[in-house]
Write a protein that binds this ligand. Structure first.
Ligand code: ASP
Length: 438
């Protein structure tokens, strides 16, 4: 039996929801359906989730989210009208407005897109609606409770006779409040459900044909990868490839369940299959090139640093105090660099951070740059293949890109390169060219 998750574009218009309906009903094994909130209907449109965050912000500012909620309601009314199903949206939106007024955070508001989407989809399909709040659970400290969730999913869903629709993206805290995963988290919900019901396959339906080796906004018409490993997917999605939420791998990996990325708008295409073991498949040396801009690079220099026992630990302890996670720590004899991805997103005052490091280790100098891009070149085939790194670095040299950092994971699954943000696109294009165009 199959778990299918449909993304925001698949839920955005009556035509796309009709595609979803046809896909689900064409295969009786497609029994557990997880949905996102309606996404953009056209470029420049706003996702329902973003409208809901705005509604909560508006409520906090002037105590009234009615105008934005009205806008969201009209989208659902139009959808149900066009799809020919009846739902009491008045009632639903009244309880959403009440819930927003009672919530201490924006999680409840944000979660309602998935909730309403699932209510609609269950009507369209004639499937049972099961609220994620019933089966997806968080602990008191806000972390996801995988064990309890798995138990509840199994008990509630495994023996369901009919098809079921479940909203993605959220679950419930022990105090009964609603909590969401990070953005794009419906992919994770799909993976949790797949694990809990021991699905044969987790189909993740989106708006592209599968996993592309590089970002098509940078490389025109990049190659599509037919088969990826869980590890490759994890590396690539963590590093910025946006097809799947980076945490989605864990639940399915634990259950050994393959993921199949498919296109709702071209269901005849096979998409990308993500498996534990990719040996035996014909695959290119490099299966993905992904990256992230805007990382912070702090370089601390001090003569005789290598002799000072505990130097790195002290620097890192300051960073830990700020709740930042460290991506890479390349060190030299008298220098240590720390690459951090979330200084900006966590709104950390970098001057204050540097001062604290100064106070802790008294360095000769300390420099910060906030424009480092990290690029990961990923592929199992790179292990034990001499010349892979040479190919990457030659391509970057020819493209005039200066390399600021190099890191090869010990598994040889990836090579990470740091470049200036301004060189990001040129670097990706050059690496892609070296492996796929020469
Ligand atoms: N609707 C949520 C978001 O926009 C979650 C999801 O679609 O997976 O991030």
């Amino acid at each position: 039996m199959k778990v299918c998750k449909f993304g925001g574009t698949s839920m955005a218009t009556a035509a796309s929801v009709t595609n979803v309906k046809n896909i689900v009903l064409s295969d009786p094994e497609r029994k557990f359906i997880v949905v996102s909130a309606p996404g953009k209907r056209f470029s420049g449109d706003t996702k329902v989730t973003d409208l809901l965050y705005a509604a909560y912000a508006e409520h906090n500012k002037n105590g009234n989210a009615a105008a934005i909620l009205e806008e969201i309601k009209s989208r659902f009314v139009a959808l149900s009208d066009e799809l020919g199903v009846h739902i009491d949206w008045e009632e639903e939106f009244k309880s959403i407005a009440d819930g927003i007024a009672r919530s201490a955070t924006d999680d409840f508001a944000a979660s309602r897109g998935e909730y309403l989407s699932a209510v609609l989809m269950s009507k369209v399909l004639g499937f049972e609606f099961v609220d994620a709040a019933e089966i997806v659970k968080f602990r008191k400290d806000g972390s996801f409770d995988a064990m309890l969730t798995n138990d509840l999913v199994e008990k509630r869903l495994k023996h369901c006779e009919t098809g079921v629709v479940i909203p993605g993206f959220y679950g419930r805290m022990p105090d009964r409040s609603i909590k969401t995963f990070s953005r794009g988290g419906s992919d994770f919900t799909g993976a949790i459900i797949a694990r809990g019901v021991s699905a044969d396959i987790y189909e993740n339906w989106t708006d592209v044909d599968g996993f592309m080796v590089a970002d098509p906004r940078i490389v025109s018409d990049p190659m599509l990868i037919g088969v990826l490993s869980y590890e490759e997917l994890r590396e690539l999605s963590y590093m910025g490839a946006s097809v799947l939420h980076p945490d989605s791998v864990f639940p399915v990996q634990a259950g050994g369940i393959p993921i199949n990325i498919r296109n709702t708008f071209a269901p005849e295409k096979p998409g990308t299959l993500i498996l534990k073991d990719v040996a035996g498949y014909q695959r290119p040396l490099v299966t993905g090139i992904a990256g992230r801009k805007g990382n912070t690079n702090i370089t601390v220099s001090k003569a005789m640093m290598n002799d000072e026992v505990g130097f790195c630990r002290k620097v890192l302890s300051v960073i830990e105090r700020y709740g930042l996670s460290v991506e890479h720590v390349p060190t030299g004899i008298d220098t240590m660099s720390i690459v951090i991805s979330d200084v900006k997103s966590k709104r950390v005052d970098s001057e204050k951070l540097l001062n604290d490091i100064r106070g802790m280790v008294n360095p000769d100098s300390i420099e910060v740059s906030e424009s480092m891009s990290l690029i990961a070149v990923v592929g199992h085939g790179m292990a034990n293949t001499p010349g892979t790194a040479a190919k990457i670095f030659t391509a970057l040299w020819k493209a005039g890109v200066n390399i600021r950092l190099i890191d090869q994971g010990s598994s040889e699954l990836n090579i990470i390169i740091g470049v200036e943000d301004d060189d990001y696109n040129a670097a990706i294009a050059a690496i892609y060219g070296a492996f796929f165009k020469e």
